[in-house]
Design a binder for this molecule. Structure first.
Ligand code: ADP
Ligand code: TRP
Length: 336
């Protein structure tokens, strides 16, 4: 598993909808594992989500939900710091400062920006400046390692470019961070067989109710191999998903049933459904408890914000002093 210790780790999660099992196996599970031996900071990137969400209720709900789900899935606030991005407003100050040394060309080359434009999304300035805010998120906590999916690799390279440029102009100020491209699973497929993603509308949500979960699993696309015929497990989305939840013995068992024939996709889907449902059972219980005790969640977010802000403030003082950004409290007044 993830053999990393003693690092200051940070990652952000955009609150752009209910978390799905691609997010879980691709990111959340590793975030939670890393809390054991590292100093972890995880935040809900609500400022980033504002580049696409312009509905007050939706933004509020999704922001709270991500925090809730992380706690339900095992984030331990005694071990990791969990907070909301906007609770450390200094991050937008740093984003501004970084933007003044960021060449337009660097941002124009961003894949995620170009992809969105290609999809016909009419870009706002926030979307264009997204990587600058992300760099600020990372640099403001002196982060050493940033666990992300490979789609975020370029953002980390841009972060390093900005940090190095700032250090070059103003002297050593920022720790240069590294990305940790999460290696555990490749790509979790969605119910249509493509990469599971909110943007493809093919997700299975971690905390879907049973009926919704069932309908999603039953809609997993299969080929038309007849029930009696042997089937290739490695071409099946059902099998690919089952593997994530099952023990090696159970996986081998299902593989043999596929290969033997006489085992229908419908039956395989039922087994998958039960596996997903029981896998998340303890987390679902914990989530229900947390929902009955929202004050606890608020308290966790408050404590997290205070801890994160203290660190951010120390880094900002370094940044302001390096760049000559005056604040009255830096003046020494001899008699007050
Ligand atoms: P989405 O594509 O649904 O919008 P995000 O881009 O918000 O998901 O992904 C958040 C995190 O979850 C990222 O670290 C990403 O790499 C990971 N992730 C998302 N979908 C998958 C998937 N299908 N397989 C593996 N990891 C995924
Ligand atoms: N851009 C990241 C994503 O979409 C979310 C994010 C925002 C982030 N700020 C960050 C991730 C800082 C790591 C570090 O997944």
């Amino acid at each position: 598993m993830l053999n990393i210790s003693g690092k200051r780790i940070l990652s952000g999660i955009q609150p752009s909808g209910a978390l799905h099992i691609g997010n879980y196996f691709g990111a959340i599970r590793q975030h939670i594992m890393l809390q054991e031996n590292n100093e972890c900071y995880y935040f809900v990137a609500n400022y980033h989500a504002m580049t696409t969400i312009h509905d007050k209720r939706t933004l509020e709900e999704y922001t709270f939900m991500v925090a809730l789900d992380y706690l339900a899935l095992g984030l331990n606030p005694d071990k990791a710091t969990l907070f909301i991005q906007s609770d450390v407003p200094e991050v937008t100050e740093l984003a501004w400062i970084l933007s003044t040394i960021t060449p337009m060309g660097l941002l124009e080359r961003a894949h995620s920006y170009k992809d969105k434009i290609a999809k016909g999304i009419s870009p706002n300035h926030g979307l264009f400046a997204y990587p600058v805010l992300m760099a600020a998120d990372i640099l403001i906590y002196d982060s050493e390692l940033v666990p992300v999916g490979k789609d975020q690799k370029q953002h980390l390279e841009m972060t390093r470019d900005m940090a190095e440029k700032f250090n070059g102009i103003f002297g050593e100020t920022f720790v240069i961070p590294e990305e940790l491209i999460l290696p555990e699973v490749a790509v979790v497929p969605g119910i249509d067989g493509q990469k599971m993603s909110k943007s493809y509308d093919n997700t299975i949500e971690i905390f879907a109710d049973y009926k919704t979960l069932k309908s999603k699993v039953m809609r997993i696309v299969t080929d038309s191999t007849p029930l009696e015929a042997p089937k290739d497990p490695d071409k099946s989305t059902i099998f690919a998903l089952y593997k994530l939840f099952a023990t090696p013995e159970e996986t081998e068992n299902m593989r043999q049933k596929f290969l033997a024939g006489g085992y229908g996709y419908g039956q395989a889907k039922k087994e998958l459904l039960e596996k997903i449902w029981t896998y998340f059972e303890p987390h679902r219980k914990r989530r229900e408890d947390l929902l009955k005790n929202r004050d606890y969640v608020y308290q966790v977010l408050r404590d997290g914000a205070l801890r994160a802000r203290e660190r951010a403030e120390a880094v900002m003082e370094r940044v302001r002093k390096a760049a000559g950004v005056l604040q009255y409290r830096y003046f020494k007044v001899s008699s007050v």
